[in-house]
Design a protein around this ligand. Structure first.
Ligand code: FAS
Ligand code: PHB
Length: 389
């Protein structure tokens, strides 16, 4: 088998890159180790930056998003009984779109099928070969049969636990990591959202987040211990804890109901440099991870896709490798800013086991500055809606 670009990973990064390249006549094959159903069952991101919305439009997969998504002009932050709004539209004339990653991934799968794009599910033993030559190839097994795909380029869109990153030699690869001493317990419930915008809550008992997918599908999170297991948390225990972390007026309005999904995610910051090794390009969670506090994970994967897509089109259409040669540097410049915002918002809103009384005063002062200082709010808004590509 031969193609122009092999994409390893059928999550949002791989699917979006494949769809964009297809519309430019660049042939790809996507290898996914799980099934489509498995990928779509993962509940993840919910907030889309403008850049990602525009990429989805360019990819021709925005029709359902335009019909079903919510547009949010701002977000709310609460601390004990205080609640304030940061109005992105008033401050910087921009907004964000609320549309679940699951739905976005479903739209991309449908587009891939409609385009007749090659997608091989349940692949095993994926190995990347000869990335330092101009004729790389990928081997893998499917249904017990060994396969090989010769190609021009390989896009490693296989997430944090994929194989691509490790293909870059240890002597070349530099990894930066910070593991946070807590996780997020999240639930999905078919209940009306407690507020018309998201609420990021700092409380003495820990962080909480009130999010949503639509008018009757809510997504809530509470900060939890790393040792917690989902089975330790009944729905009742979750709702009671969430109420304790919200301002009373908000907690009183909370509509509870049975969880239809419940999971715990660990929080880490992680970056791999470089994001290129010869003909291999890392994209999305394969190269970087953020704590979800700043809603940057999926959105930073999108900017990687943008840079890589631009570079590949420039190569195939203009025989110019400049975009590919600058890919890693351009992507990392934006990634590190997203890492900083995610790290800063996580530090501002969570309770850390080793926090001193002084640390708590600093945290409170930071939130109060954000509450009352328009310049601080503008800076928060610019980062939250997404820095330019
Ligand atoms: P993904 O991990 O989504 O996709 C990688 C794909 O590659 C997977 O389908 C995997 O099966 C496949 N794969 C892996 N190894 C392979 C191999 N060897 N061969 C073939 N295929 C292979 N971001 C936010 O913005 N907000 C959130 O609230 C949020 N919550 C999250 C919760 C969790 C539990 C996790 C893990 C992440 C969360 N994220 C969130 C971040 C998340 O949305 C990612 O940024 C996003 O999924 C990145 O997409 P991909 O880069 O495509 O990686
Ligand atoms: C979500 O809706 O899942 C979500 C929203 C914003 C975040 C993190 C998660 O910062």
């Amino acid at each position: 088998m031969r193609t122009q670009v092999v994409i390893i990973g059928g999550g949002p990064s791989g699917l979006l890159l494949g769809q964009l390249l297809h519309r430019k006549g660049i042939e790809t094959v996507i290898l996914e180790r799980k099934t489509r159903e498995y990928v779509l069952a993962r509940i993840r991101a919910g907030i889309l930056e403008t850049g990602l919305v525009e990429l989805l439009r360019e990819a021709g997969v925005s029709e359902r998003m335009d019909r079903e998504s919510l547009v949010h002009d701002g977000t709310c932050i609460s601390y004990e009984n205080e609640l304030f709004d940061i109005n992105f539209s008033k401050l910087i004339g921009q907004n964000v779109v609320v549309y679940g990653q699951t739905e976005l991934t479903r739209d991309l799968y449908d587009a891939r099928e409609a385009a007749g794009g090659r997608m091989i599910f349940e692949t095993e033993n994926v190995e990347i070969h000869d990335t330092e030559r101009d004729a790389p190839y990928v081997t893998f097994t499917v249904d017990g049969t060994e396969q090989r795909i010769d190609c021009d380029f390989i896009a490693g869109c296989d997430g944090f636990h994929g194989v691509s990153r490790k293909t870059i030699p240890d002597s070349v690869r530099k990894e930066y990591e910070k593991v946070f001493p807590f996780g997020w317990l999240g639930i999905l419930s078919e209940t009306p959202p407690v507020h018309d915008e998201l609420i990021y809550a700092n409380s003495q008992r820990g962080f909480a987040l009130c999010s949503m997918r639509n008018e009757n599908l809510s997504r809530y999170y509470v900060q939890c211990e790393l040792t917690d297991r989902v089975e330790d948390w009944s729905d009742e225990a979750f709702w009671e804890e969430l109420k304790r972390r919200l301002p009373e007026a908000v907690a009183d309005k909370l509509v509870t109901g049975p969880s239809i999904e419940k999971s715990i995610a660990p929080l880490r910051s992680f970056v791999c440099e470089p994001m290129r090794w010869g003909r291999l390009f890392l994209c999305g969670d394969a190269a970087h991870i953020v704590p979800p506090t700043g809603a940057k994970g999926l959105n930073t994967a999108a900017s990687d896709v943008h840079y890589l897509y631009e570079g590949l089109v420039q190569f195939y259409q203009d025989k110019d490798a400049e975009g590919l040669d600058t890919y890693s540097q351009r992507a990392l410049a934006r990634i590190w800013k997203a890492e900083r915002f995610s790290w800063a918002t996580t530090n501002m809103l969570h309770r850390f086991p080793d926090q001193s009384d002084f640390d708590l005063k600093m945290q409170r002062a930071e939130i109060e500055s954000l509450h009352h200082n328009e310049i601080a709010q503008r800076w928060f808004a610019q980062n939250y809606v997404g820095l330019p590509y």
